[in-house]
Design a protein around this ligand. Sequence first.
Ligand code: GDP
Ligand code: MG
Length: 162
Amino acid sequence: PVPVVAIVGRPNVGKSTLVNRILGRREAVVEDIPGVTRDRVSYAASWSGRRFTVVDTGGWEPDAKGLQQAVATQAEYAMQTADAIVLVVDGTVGATSTDEAVARVLRRSKTPVVLVANKIDSERAEADVATLWSLGLGEPFPVSAAHGRGAGDLLDVILNML
Ligand code: GDP
Ligand code: MG
């Protein structure tokens, strides 16, 4: 069976942009409006000759009140169904309470988790991501899904987890 990589995280951190970067094509819907991804969507991907499935677990369109619960549910789903989990946070914002809620769920995951700090569009911005160690998920991996910065290295990390 083809291994499954689940992309989780709160709305607007760039999950769908990262999915498109992994796919090398624009298939996942990217929106400036938070919460636009309607539901979990699976895509066939490959890197270094290995096939895997990427799941963009963006959905649920939660209202602000239900956000933490929705993202926690998303993480639970990923833990039950995926072979590797990518938690995406906005590296320019740092850890929000919602990020902390989802990290709390993922810290007890038996499925391997990589913490990605997205929107690190320049080398200068990389210094900001050190604060994300506080999420307790190991070293934050800086990428720019929009520009491709760090994407190849991240894919190598992901494949090593499968
Ligand atoms: P999602 O809700 O987590 O799926 O986030 P999206 O992929 O829809 O992206 C939300 C917004 O963040 C969009 O305006 C994207 O263009 C923007 N975005 C995504 N990745 C990056 C990035 O690496 N750098 C910057 N500067 N913006 C990004
Ligand atoms: Mg999305």
